[in-house]
Design a protein around this ligand. Structure first.
Ligand SMILES: Cc1cc2nc3c(=O)[nH]c(=O)nc-3n(C[C@H](O)[C@H](O)[C@H](O)COP(=O)(O)OP(=O)(O)OC[C@H]3O[C@@H](n4cnc5c(N)ncnc54)[C@H](O)[C@@H]3O)c2cc1C
Length: 506
């Protein structure tokens, strides 16, 4: 199973191999007067609070003049808008698509921040380019060429196993509150601008409530006005109060479960960043309770710290920053006070039933990959949702047939991910296992003739560049198991590897 090719994106052919798109009917417009129930999927009327006389399509298909609301202008919302508008442009169908996004990505600090490490696989950058979404060079910091894995038993550098497995750090928005505004276009801003260039209307407003009692989605905005739409796409991320509101409607949607994570920025200056971290991302497998993964990501003058786990709190952050393996990555072995920090939430499970008649949840609001590649999941769910809406329709059964398979594929892979992270957690806990992983990785990195089985597994776990199922299956390979067993004995009996490691073990 691979997500890397466009033709492999679930939902691109409807998930059932069918290629025939249903025709889009440009003439299907009518003034709605009969307020049937949204839950029964009826064709329904306008809101009593709406100030406009509105025209609606009378079935679950988009047609000339249909109105689509997208709540959230993060990667999922912007990509959905682009994919949908591009397809409809080809069929000559003109719709009204509003993206509601109060955040101003031009601002520094929380007002423009998307709380993210910004690590993406190069293959995603290329996939976007194949869609015509070419990111400005300054937005994609391609310099990251390796990982350094730190454990209490030593550290090892892991080089990119293959060219297509390279990773990049995207510049998602302006930096911390007091940082200088740079001219670099942020990733989220760039995607949003592309959507507006294709015809989306950017509405810089917060949506305060969503109501379906008239049979169609009715949004209330922060200024108290209400508006009706034919289709509502919720791409409001994980933290939006709207998710709980929709849960209350009884449409079957249950919001994803979330856990607290931690992000902080340290300003070291470009020279110090280069000296202490180089072009590598530094990941830590430390035996600290509740910590699943932590990384230091070099970004120009700054270093971003990301900590993921099932319960990241201040005590854990302090314990982490005081660990010797972390301190040695900073000048004078002392992390300076950070200039910006937050505890954003991260998906640890998927939404239940992320669709209903005239309603779709995409990106973090719906289904995302466990711990990694949130931007990649935003892309996949946005693409599958736009394909379903433009080619098949947006009734609950259309979405079940042509959108849900894309979500299901991610969910099944996440189950494998849980096994993979479970094994990582075990390694974190057991010193003899850490020594064996370190030894095996060192050998692979220092001998070009050895197939880098452990290195490629670790690379894909840290970057999320491959589906978890693929990673899991690789660890079941007999040669992998045999070499792991040998290294388990050799490392714990202190048999030398015979080659000098790239990063000296402690
Ligand atoms: C600590 C941390 C580190 C991460 N690191 C990475 C990483 O390295 N690589 C990676 O790929 N992913 C990473 N992610 C995940 C990634 O940030 C998300 O998966 C991705 O941003 C999801 O995109 P989205 O569009 O679904 O949601 P978001 O990016 O959250 O966008 C949602 C948007 O909706 C808007 N919104 C919310 N409510 C309303 C409302 N009521 N009205 C109008 N607008 C609203 C918000 O302003 C926001 O801009 C990380 C996440 C965390 C927490």
């Amino acid at each position: 199973m691979s997500y890397e090719r466009t033709d492999d994106i679930p939902g691109a052919d409807g998930g059932d191999g069918r290629q025939e798109p249903a025709p889009i009917e440009p003439e299907a417009i009518r003034i709605l007067t009969d307020p049937n129930s949204w839950l029964s999927g009826g064709t329904a009327g306008s809101s009593s609070t709406s100030t406009e006389t509105r025209a609606y399509s009378d079935d679950f298909r988009l047609s000339e003049g249909s109105r689509v609301a997208v709540i959230g202008g993060g990667p999922a919302g912007s990509l959905f808008a682009q994919f949908l508008l591009k397809t409809l442009n080809r069929t000559g169908t003109s719709i009204e698509l509003d993206i509601f996004e109060p955040r101003n990505f031009d601002f520094c600090g929380p007002a423009g921040c998307n709380h993210c490490g910004g690590v993406v696989s190069e293959s995603l950058v290329q996939l976007l380019a194949a869609e015509g979404i070419v990111l400005p060079d300054e937005t994609v910091q391609r310099g990251i060429d390796s990982y350094v894995m730190h454990m209490d038993v030593g550290s090892v550098r892991i080089d990119t196993p293959l060219q297509e497995k390279r990773i990049a750090a995207v510049y998602r928005g302006h930096g911390p509150k007091n940082s200088e505004i740079s001219n670099i276009p942020g990733f989220d801003q760039h995607l949003l601008q592309r959507a507006t260039r294709l015809g989306a209307n950017l509405r810089p407003q917060m949506v305060t409530s969503v109501d379906f009692t008239t049979g169609r989605p009715e949004l209330t905005l922060a200024d108290g006005r209400s508006e009706n739409y034919d289709l509502l796409v919720i791409a409001s991320g994980l933290n939006s109060a709207l998710l709980s509101m929709v849960e209350q409607t009884g449409c079957g949607f249950v919001r994803p479960k979330a856990a607290k994570s931690f992000v902080a920025e340290f300003k070291l200056g470009a020279d110090a960043v280069e000296r202490h971290l180089g072009n590598s991302m530094h990941v830590f497998l430390l035996d600290l309770p509740h910590l699943q993964f932590a990384a230091l990501i070099p970004k120009g003058d700054y270093v971003t710290l990301v900590m993921l786990g099932d319960k990241v709190d201040e005590a854990l952050v302090n314990a982490f920053l005081n660990a010797e393996e972390v301190r040695k990555c900073f000048p004078e072995r002392r992390p300076p006070p950070n200039i910006c920090q937050c505890f954003p939430r991260l998906n640890v499970s998927q939404a239940r039933r992320p669709y209903a008649d005239r309603l779709i949840f995409i990106g973090d609001s719906g289904v995302a990959r466990l711990y990694k590649d949130g931007i990649g999941s935003a892309y996949r769910t946005a693409k599958a949702a736009a394909n379903c809406v433009s080619l098949y329709g947006f009734s609950s059964s259309d979405l079940e047939k042509h959108y849900w398979p894309a979500c299901r594929k991610i969910i099944i892979d996440n189950l494998m991910g849980k096994c993979v992270f479970g094994v990582c957690h075990l390694i974190q806990k057991l010193a003899f296992a850490r020594r064996s992983v370190l030894r095996m990785t060192e050998q692979e990195q220092n001998d070009a003739n050895v197939v880098p089985r452990m290195s490629s597994v670790l690379w894909d776990v840290f970057t999320g560049s491959a589906p978890y199922k693929e990673v899991f299956l690789r660890t079941l390979h007999p040669v992998f198991i045999a070499r792991l067993m040998w290294n388990l004995c050799a490392a714990n009996l202190r048999i030398p590897t015979g080659k000098k490691p790239e990063v000296t073990a402690t």
